[in-house]
Write a protein that binds this ligand. Structure first.
Ligand code: GLU
Length: 399
């Protein structure tokens, strides 16, 4: 027996690999600061936990409808109407085992060999792999520092061919934190208007983590003409600090939702019934703590951006959202560590940071734009200050 050809087309998730490495080092008693994993340090709010506990007590521990309970689907419909002014019927929403599962279902349900999916780089690590698993071809479109880490209409136009099935658009972005304004979305929408074969996978997972009064917009709302060919994707993980509960969801045309449910009925079946009950509480309960948490993330962003810009060889932009920074480390490539190791790539640099500074980050190559690294600042200011000092010392020691 050998691994399948489909499996050979993908790599293990690099972000989850860094989390696993940090976990193992911590269990060995190593004082390592993990800035690799993208997960809020905040706890799941009590009212959400209580809803999960109540679901267990009330015996809501059996199968549910494959792609979500009627209660959770109604809560998702209400969420899209409240936050995004998007109107979906109950047959237009799907609930999945995290946003990654929504991506997986959408790609496997619609992509055939030879189909292309446009992915702006830097991108979240799983987009190209899931497309490749589905048999499609990722078409990487540049969205680097010269365009503020956002896809330009010209770069989108250049990436589209008659075989393009999807554009994956993530705002605010993992890994850069760049967020598209309503006008920028409309400019992309104007390009897509000329290419009716292209659908939009709108990954809005970091919608509520935005700074300096940035006005979040989702593309199907900014461009009503795209409503019929957009899957608007979101989830509970980041906004409600529920990464482990695994609830992602999407809204889109009923036929696509049905196709994704068919696939899910033959794979995971329903997302965990208890997590679904907790998600109802998250989406329908108090929302005021979201802005409070965003303010805390903003203070952390300011601290991290300032400390990284003081490190030799690092240039760190100041993002509008999410809880990542994606600094360039170009001047550090070609330097040598005190032990004589050549830093010849961003992977070598983050390896040096982990081994010598005991700070874990994820190398830029994993996100398709080098030389850079992703730092997740979803942790306390004290920890971030200590990490910033360690990084500054490590950079100063390079020759
Ligand atoms: N989205 C998070 C990250 O990028 C979670 C880990 C993952 O699934 O990639 O770190």
């Amino acid at each position: 027996m050998q691994p399948s050809a489909a499996l050979a087309r993908i790599s293990p998730s690099p972000t989850l690999a860094v989390s696993a490495r940090v976990g193992a080092l911590k269990r060995q008693g190593v004082d390592v600061i993990g800035l690799g994993a993208g997960e809020p340090d905040f706890d799941t709010p009590d009212h959400i936990k209580e809803a999960g506990i109540r679901a267990i007590r009330d015996g809501r521990t059996k199968y549910t409808d494959v792609d979500g309970t009627p209660e959770l689907k109604a809560a998702v419909v209400a969420k899209f109407a409240r936050d995004n002014r998007l109107s979906y019927g109950l047959d237009q929403v799907t609930v999945n085992v995290g946003g990654k599962h929504t991506l997986f279902n959408a790609m496997v349900a619609t992509v055939d060999p030879g189909d292309e999916v446009v992915i702006p780089a830097p991108y979240w690590v799983s987009y190209p792999d899931v497309v490749q698993f589905a048999g499609g071809t990722p078409v990487i479109a540049p969205a680097g520092p010269e365009q503020d880490y956002k896809l330009s209409p010209a770069a989108l136009e250049a990436a589209i061919t008659p075989r393009t099935r999807w554009l994956i658009l993530n705002s605010p972005s993992n890994p850069t934190g760049a967020a598209y304004t309503r006008d920028e979305l409309r400019a992309l929408g104007a390009v897509l208007a000329r290419h009716p074969q292209v659908w939009v996978f709108a990954d809005d997972m970091y919608e509520h983590i935005i700074y300096d009064g940035f006005a979040f917009a989702s593309i199907a709302e900014a461009c009503p003409d795209l409503y019929e060919r957009t899957l608007t994707v979101n989830g509970c993980s980041k906004a409600y600090a529920m990464t482990g509960w695994r609830i992602g969801f999407g809204g889109g045309p009923a036929w696509l939702i049905k196709a994704m449910a068919k696939l899910q009925s033959q794979s995971t079946s329903n997302p965990c019934s208890i997590a679904q009950a907790a998600a109802v509480a998250a989406l329908t309960g108090p929302q005021d703590f979201l802005a409070e948490r965003a303010r805390a993330f903003q203070a952390r962003r300011d601290l991290v951006v300032s400390m990284l810009n003081q490190a030799k060889g690092i240039t760190c932009p100041r993002p509008d959202g999410a809880f990542y920074v994606y600094p360039s480390i170009a001047p550090l490539i070609g330097t040598t560590t005190p032990k004589g190791q050549l830093i010849d790539s961003d992977e070598a640099f983050v390896g040096y940071l982990l081994d010598e500074a005991r700070v874990a980050a994820v190398h830029g190559a994993a996100f398709g734009l080098s030389p850079a690294m992703r730092i997740s600042y979803a942790t306390s200011e004290d920890v971030l200050r200590a990490a910033g000092e360690r990084i500054q010392t490590a950079c100063a020691a390079l020759r």
